[in-house]
Design a protein around this ligand. Structure first.
Ligand SMILES: [Zn+2]
Ligand SMILES: [Zn+2]
Length: 170
């Protein structure tokens, strides 16, 4: 299981070259392959750029749950509760913030599919490939995806900020 860090907005990933821990953000994904098989939830082979480590590409096996559910379901880290004078975690805080964010139209991933009038609410597992303009200084990425509503393939240019897995709380 790759833990999701709600503050950093990414999964915990270990560089296989240096052994260092880093934060794997969605904008560092380069390829997402859904593995064949009847597994439910399906497994995905993620190729990503090791941004915090060696800079090379690594692969990671991630379940659909890790990809799509853990970013919104992760509780915020333990904090000091002034009321009780103890360390506390709010297990539902992440879901609550995301629920408000999605209600306001900010989903984990938002796509523009030509077959629908408005923006399409989507998930990390909908992405197929991300091609940065410049790997060392990414200003934008050509993102290829599969639309979760009509299953057709499409692509669009996105800025790294559009791929941040952080709820936009009002
Ligand atoms: Zn690495
Ligand atoms: Zn569509």
């Amino acid at each position: 299981m790759h833990e999701f860090d709600a503050i950093a907005g990414g999964w915990d990933a270990v560089c296989s070259a240096s052994g260092d821990h880093g934060v794997l953000r969605l904008s560092a994904f380069r390829r997402v392959e859904r593995l064949p098989g009847a597994g439910a939830p399906p497994a995905h082979l993620v190729t990503y750029r090791c941004a915090d480590g060696c800079g090379e590409r690594h692969t990671l096996l991630m379940s659909g749950e890790e990809l799509d559910w853990s970013p919104i379901a992760t509780a915020l880290p333990a904090h000091f509760d002034l009321m009780t004078g103890r360390m506390a975690v709010e297990p539902d805080a992440g879901v609550e913030r995301w629920w408000r964010s999605m209600r306001d139209g900010h989903w984990p991933v938002t796509l523009r599919c030509e077959h629908h009038a408005g923006p399409v609410p989507a998930w990390p597992s909908c992405l197929r490939a991300l091609e940065p303009d410049d790997e060392r200084d990414v200003r934008w990425l050509l993102v290829h995806w599969r639309c979760p509503l009509c299953e057709c393939d499409g692509s669009q240019v996105m800025r790294p900020a559009a791929l941040e897995l952080v709820p936009r709380a009002a």
